[in-house]
Design a protein around this ligand. Structure first.
Ligand SMILES: [Zn+2]
Length: 405
């Protein structure tokens, strides 16, 4: 009797473990891998995989779509194989990209497809007022998706320690515990991370840094943040606040910075640096203003000079960081991608000039992001799915009967 119980527990645990592993592989593969490919990747027996897929589909976690219409491939494998994909009533992560001047909210499906739901500028509202607005929006969206929301991920413009924003771009948010402020959003955990770190995580999972062994990611907005990733895992630091590359004196300036230091790289290569170089006011949505300067560079000489100056400063800082970290490739998002795409020659000239001589023959590639504005949001959703795609996370997912009850 005891043996039977023991065996049943072990078998149930093994099954839960395999279900989580398979769902994780479907998530990681972006819903593009066939059942046969997933079976091989996870070294499962074909019969086991069939049972697991049926179980996941029965719980509305996935639905299996018809496989690629390729008669030759199907003949070679002996039988057609489906593609396990996100279920229309399957799990959703709500993701928030919190900025000091605006916020964006998105819903992200199991396979990483994100849909932007809300985007709002802060305007005259206080920082605290905007957090209240975000909390209210989260409640509305959470209700709208019913029982599908498995957690909320929030990208914040601050280094994060113990759930708090320890040095936010908006002083009003100092030490605010975002997870606590949004805790009423609905069921599931509220998980927060630094916006630039999450943008890098998104690139490693779904973007240009996928499969890169040692990667450096740089996200330029008002300031410059980023992350070093080894094997796709962020190097977080002792207090989870590493990657503040913008606050290193990489370009030789001496001006005081908002962070408390002087001569910081972001004063030269961030949005503020670009607006100042173009003699534009540093007000409103600075990213939007900065993008306008870049767009005007072809026709307006002052914007052209500002672009070249800031692009070179960006490149020089990247070179210094490559000397320090020896990455295989560098991902660029936000304004870094825009600057590089608008003036690759200036960025590259700055980059090569700062590299040590032995690195110049084969410098690590600069890879502009293809995730666009969804980078930090995608990274925030990955925090939620990391928590959900575990035996424990899946145990909380209600069965279809429970959901309709
Ligand atoms: Zn600084």
């Amino acid at each position: 009797m005891r043996n039977d119980e023991g065996a049943a527990t072990t078998s149930a645990e093994l099954r839960a473990h395999n279900l989580a592993r398979l769902l994780r592989a479907i998530h990681d593969g972006g819903g593009r891998l066939t059942r046969a490919e997933l079976t091989r990747q996870l070294s499962l027996a074909r019969g086991t995989a069939t049972v697991l897929v049926r179980d996941l589909a029965g719980r509305q976690l996935i639905e299996e779509l018809a496989g690629p219409v390729d008669a030759t491939a199907q003949r070679a494998r002996g039988r057609p194989t489906g593609v396990p994909s996100a279920h229309v009533r399957g799990p959703v992560a709500l993701a928030v990209d919190l900025r000091d001047d605006s916020f964006t909210m998105a819903a992200v499906e199991l396979t990483g497809r994100g849909t932007v739901l809300d985007r709002q500028e802060r305007d005259a509202v206080s920082g605290t007022g905007m957090l209240t607005e975000v909390a209210d929006r989260l409640k509305v969206r959470s209700r709208q998706f019913g029982g599908r929301v498995v957690g909320v991920g929030v990208a914040v413009p601050s280094p994060v320690s113990g759930g708090q924003m320890v040095q936010p771009t908006l002083p009003e948010w100092q030490d605010v515990d975002v997870a606590a402020v949004f805790s009423s959003a609905g069921p599931g955990p509220v998980l927060i991370g630094n916006d630039a770190t999450l943008a890098g995580l998104a690139e490693a999972r779904r973007g240009v840094l996928r499969g890169v062994s040692v990667a450096l990611h740089l996200h330029v907005a008002t300031g410059i943040g980023g992350v070093l990733l080894t094997g796709g895992v962020p190097v977080a630091g002792a207090h989870a606040s590493a990657g503040e590359f913008g606050h290193m004196p990489l370009t030789g300036g001496h001006e005081p910075c908002r962070c408390g230091s002087t001569g910081c790289w972001e004063l030269d290569a961030g949005a503020r640096g670009l607006l100042r170089a173009a003699n534009r006011p540093e007000q409103g949505d600075r990213m939007l203003e900065a993008e306008q300067v870049i767009a005007a560079a072809r026709t307006d000489p002052r914007c052209g000079r500002a672009l070249a100056h800031v692009a070179k400063a960006l490149g020089r800082g990247i070179g210094a960081l490559v000397n320090a970290h020896d990455p295989e490739a560098i991902g660029l998002s936000g304004l870094a991608a825009s600057l590089y795409l608008a003036d690759p020659a200036a960025v590259t000239a700055g980059y090569l000039s700062a590299l040590m001589r032995f690195r110049r023959a084969d410098p690590p590639a600069l890879l502009p992001s293809t995730l666009g504005d969804l980078g930090a949001l995608t990274g925030a959703s990955e925090l939620v799915f990391d928590a959900f795609l575990t035996p424990r996370g899946l145990a909380a997912w209600p069965s279809p009967e429970q959901k309709t009850a």
